[in-house]
Design a protein. Structure first.
Lengths: 479, 479
């Protein structure tokens, strides 16, 4: 797959025009059978942007993402473009405003190819909860070529589209693993930045204290390109950090000028399948080649992370989704009273998984249960954060598998708990608010991609991307 | 039934709308009386992905209130979400402070039966107002106006320290006055700038507190008094006839003068409070507190004390002048050049000036531009240039037609006549043919003196100085 750098060089040298590049991706996207876009934007729609981008190339004044066709997860509000969160309740919603993240991408010259399918309101780990149907993973299990596999979720459309090569890169969101897990299952790169790196303004909220935008790309360098664009302070998001942003491209591919230690949590590797263990063992060998020191570390809170997450995230979601009531916008059910309109709009407008989480969230915040669930979960969350900081006294980064398994068949996992287990390695990082990246590390016995997750300390994206770029190169030589 | 057997116990929750340019969490204007749904931002309308940003001006207003009402100002407070569904609550939750309010443990002193009584205040917290539902325009539809959504409120909660409607009114008067003095609230009752919930129970002396009922959302002192009187009698009737009070939320029906229960659906909520993950906790520093403190100015009770000691005003007079900040400012302006005695200025202000603005349905602010002319007039009175009677007419000319008092006095020759010779002649003429009355006076009837003064004044067309006339008459008659 061509990288952003390569495409920009092609555009600069006039080997291809911005329009030709756009048409090329648009045609591939239009003909794709993987359902990874909810909404595609034709070249006519982007006519002005394409023209302006071409002008800038002609004048040698191209912007950092000029002319690059991107997919945007259908959770970002895009002005004048349908934004559905893959839900019936927002099926016909067209925002009057542009999210801060996507505005930055537009300001840097990128072109939006369309809105990527995702799990409904980003709730899911297989992209099967979308109102617009499941997304299909471009990879096939070599021992079961007939079956269609999930791309992971919730940014499943983004990961599938990038893996299929029908958009150069995509912007997803990650709440408990929604960028990293699908990136791993589709064999692409997925970065969840530190909570507070990217503004949440204009992103349909799932769980406010966890949601974070991030890139899904074909290379670590591409992720750095996109992070440079989307990581910025925004006064309209009180939780967005005002720290100075690095140029994340600077360190890509460079070796470290200081000794680096990586911790591998032994408690993560208990009871996991041999494919996954192999990824870690393999990665260890490459790290040794890079002269990076690896030590065993052990968390004391890992067992509690998933249940903590499934209290906090649904609690916030139950409140965040209260605004979808059929009154001011979106789907409205029939009814003769306010209450009937509420009940019918929300019962018919939300899918099963969303309703499940609203009910869980409502329950854990209820009088008499708040202390036992929500308050306790907040305390455990604090302990998880502390646990990470204890480990970071000894190491620079932490290495884990991204997912406990490879991509599975569409329709295979029916009970919610086994679905939730997909996020067991990504959720602790989300609760701690730390940055983490999943990069493809190899293939399973079934020939399916698997990834490893590298976790950095707060706002250490620059060195995290540096490490990921070095490992990426190692994995490539290995192929 | 003997109401003397019962003690009434009342606690109040007062919702004061803060006088700020913009709303608590959005930049839309905070103003009353605009066209419906014209002061509504995407945030106020609860659009997807919108985030609240705190208006720090509201924190300052809260700190000011903290000083004025002797509250403890908390360095740490937290905005939480109060979740419930209603058509005029677009987010599906109200952002309010719950576990950690910005102000705790204050007090205010009120006058009760000529003694000072301390009313303890439990807490005051910031919260956003909801919109308005209008149910009486159409038989089939309700209308929603979101202009009020997000208006900043300070809810001031008292302990159950009131024992009568008089105390409640005295407190509310004083509270309203104070909030207006410190520019926190415009005090406009008709526009709902102060709304009051009354919690009322009755008990026998020395008994435990009885079961209370809450009368919600009243914005008129008159109706609050009526509601307290009605509700306390209702509870006495119930208890004396062997019944018991159900804890209930009531509305006061202003047409029947009775309280009636709200439908249970309107208030039985489990609000599921939890900290709003879109907002950071509020930290108030010592510096910030000191800075705000310096902007507070003189509070009404301090002003009252000064008017009594420095200006020697009668307490009743001083109380009227301090009752509104605008009166006090007007008064202090009149005497600022120290040419007019405070007592004279006070008498004219609460006498003729007040009756003029009351007659014409004006506010003091409407005549502020005439201050310098009023000062000239009062100076002429002070110097004895004109009589009070003439001054009354000139005052009307100033207020109504904005004329120059000095010019008018000269033009019409209205200067007061104090010349002994000139008035001496008039006195002599007045006594001609009044032998009977002179005799009456000399045999001890003082009333006759008034008659003679009046006769003399009439002869001077009101310009004669009554004091000089009085002296001359006494001299003449006692011979």
């Amino acid at each position: 797959m061509p990288t952003i750098k390569e495409l920009k060089s092609q555009l600069s040298s006039k080997n291809i025009s911005v329009r030709e590049l756009y048409d090329d991706y648009y045609d591939k996207a239009k003909n794709s059978k993987l359902n990874s876009f909810n909404h595609l934007l034709g070249p006519e729609y982007n006519k002005e942007n394409i023209k302006n981008s071409q002008l800038r190339y002609d004048e040698g004044k191209d912007l950092s993402l000029d002319g690059i066709p991107l997919g945007i997860k259908d959770l970002f509000c895009t002005k004048g473009i349908p934004t559905t969160a893959s839900s019936k309740i927002l099926e016909k919603f067209i925002p009057e405003y542009e999210s801060y993240v996507t505005q930055n991408l537009l300001n840097d010259g990128s072109l939006f190819l369309g809105k990527n399918n995702c799990d409904e309101f980003a709730m899911g780990s297989s992209n099967e909860t979308s109102f617009f149907g499941p997304v299909i993973n471009p990879w096939k299990n070599k021992n079961s070529l007939d079956s269609q596999l999930v791309p992971g979720g919730s940014s499943g459309g983004s990961a599938s589209a990038v893996a299929e090569g029908i958009c150069v890169a995509s912007i997803g969101t990650d709440t408990g693993g929604s960028i990293r897990q699908p990136a791993s299952l589709c064999g692409v790169v997925g970065l969840k930045p530190t909570f507070g790196s990217c503004s949440r303004w204009g992103v349909v909220a799932f769980a406010s204290s966890l949601d974070q935008a991030g890139p899904i790309t074909n290379s670590v360098e591409d992720a750095a390109y996109l992070l440079n664009s989307i990581s910025a302070h925004d006064l309209n998001d009180s939780t967005c950090s005002n720290h100075k942003r690095d140029n994340f491209l600077e360190s890509i591919g460079k070796s470290f000028d200081r000794p680096i230690t990586i911790g591998i949590p032994s408690d993560y590797l208990k009871d996991i399948n041999s494919d996954t263990v192999e990824q870690i063992e393999n990665t260890k060998k490459h790290l040794a080649k890079l002269n990076i020191n690896v030590i065993d570390v052990e968390f004391t809170t890992t067992d509690f992370a998933l249940s903590t997450y499934y209290i906090i995230a649904p609690a916030e979601a139950s409140s965040n989704l209260a605004r979808y009531d059929g009154i001011r916008y979106g789907f409205r059910g029939d009814g003769n009273s306010l209450e009937e309109i509420y009940v019918n709009s929300r019962s018919e407008g939300f899918g099963e998984e969303v309703i499940r989480r609203i009910l869980i969230g409502t329950y854990v915040l209820s009088a008499g249960y708040y202390d036992a669930y929500y308050r306790k979960a907040q305390k455990v969350r604090r302990l998880i954060k502390n646990d990470f900081q204890r480990i970071y006294n000894d190491v620079d980064f932490i290495l884990t598998p991204t997912t406990p398994n490879e991509a599975f068949k569409i329709g295979e996992k029916l009970d919610p708990i086994s679905m939730y287990m997909n996020d067991i390695f990504t959720v602790p990082t989300s609760l701690a608010g730390l940055p983490a990246i999943s990069i493809p590390s190899g293939l399973s016995k079934n020939g399916l991609p698997l990834g490893v997750q590298l976790i950095g300390n707060y706002f250490q994206e620059k060195s995290l991307l540096q490490l990921a770029s070095l490992l990426e190169k190692e994995f490539c030589f290995n192929e | 039934m003997n109401s003397d057997d019962w003690e009434i116990v009342i606690g109040l929750e007062v919702h004061a709308q803060l006088k700020t340019k913009s709303k608590l969490f959005s930049s839309s204007p905070n103003q009353f009386g605009s066209d419906p749904n014209s002061n509504v931002s995407f945030i106020d309308a609860g659009m997807p992905g919108m985030l609240p940003v705190m208006n720090s001006g509201c924190i300052e207003k809260a700190i000011k209130t903290g000083f004025a009402l002797n509250f403890q100002i908390n360095p740490y407070s937290v905005f939480e979400r109060k979740n419930y569904f209603y058509a005029d609550l677009p987010q599906g939750y109200q952002i309010s402070q719950f576990e950690f309010p910005i102000l705790t443990e204050g007090f205010i002193e009120i006058e009760s039966e000529n003694k000072l009584k301390k009313i303890r205040l439990e807490r005051a917290h910031l919260e956003q107002d909801a919109g308005k539902s209008i149910h009486d325009i159409d038989p089939k539809y309700s209308f929603i106006d979101l202009n009020r959504v997000g208006t900043p409120l300070l809810e001031i909660v008292s302990y159950p320290d009131f024992n009568s409607a008089d105390e409640v009114i005295s407190y509310l008067t004083s509270l309203r006055q104070t909030l207006m003095y410190i520019d926190v609230c415009d005090g406009n009752m008709q526009e709902g700038s102060l709304r009051v919930d009354v919690n009322l129970s009755i008990k026998k002396p020395n008994a435990e507190l009885g079961t209370r009922c809450e009368i919600k959302n009243m914005n008129s002192f008159k109706f609050i008094r009526q509601a307290i009187e009605y509700e306390s009698k209702r509870q006495m009737k119930v208890l004396e006839s062997g019944g018991k009070i159900d804890q209930n939320t009531l509305l006061f029906d202003t047409t029947t003068g009775e309280t009636r229960p709200m439908r249970s659906k309107e208030f039985t909520h489990d609000y599921r409070y939890f900290p709003d993950p879109d907002l950071l906790p509020v930290h108030v520093s010592k510096d910030q507190i000191e800075k705000v403190k310096s902007t507070i100015g003189e509070l009404p009770q301090q002003k009252l004390a000064r008017y009594l000691s420095e200006f020697k005003l009668e307490k009743d007079v001083a109380k009227i002048i301090i009752s509104e900040k605008s009166y006090a400012e007007f008064f202090e302006n009149l005497i600022s050049a120290k040419l007019i005695k405070p007592k004279l200025a006070a008498a004219w202000l609460i006498g003729d000036i007040f009756s003029f603005i009351k007659d014409k349905n004006l506010q003091i602010i409407d005549i502020v531009d005439k201050s310098s002319k009023i000062i000239q007039l009062l100076e002429m009175i002070e110097r004895g240039t004109i009589s009070s009677k003439v001054a009354k007419d000139i005052l009307i000319e100033i207020l109504q037609n904005n004329i120059e008092p000095g010019l008018l006095v000269k033009e019409l020759g209205l200067e007061q006549v104090s010349d002994n010779n000139e008035l001496g002649k008039i006195v002599e003429e007045a006594l001609v043919g009044e032998e009977d009355n002179i005799e009456k006076f000399q045999s001890g009837s003082d009333r006759v003196l008034g008659y003679f003064v009046g006769k003399c004044l009439k002869a001077t067309k009101g310009k004669g100085n009554p004091k000089v006339i009085n002296d001359l008459l006494l001299k003449k008659l006692s011979k």
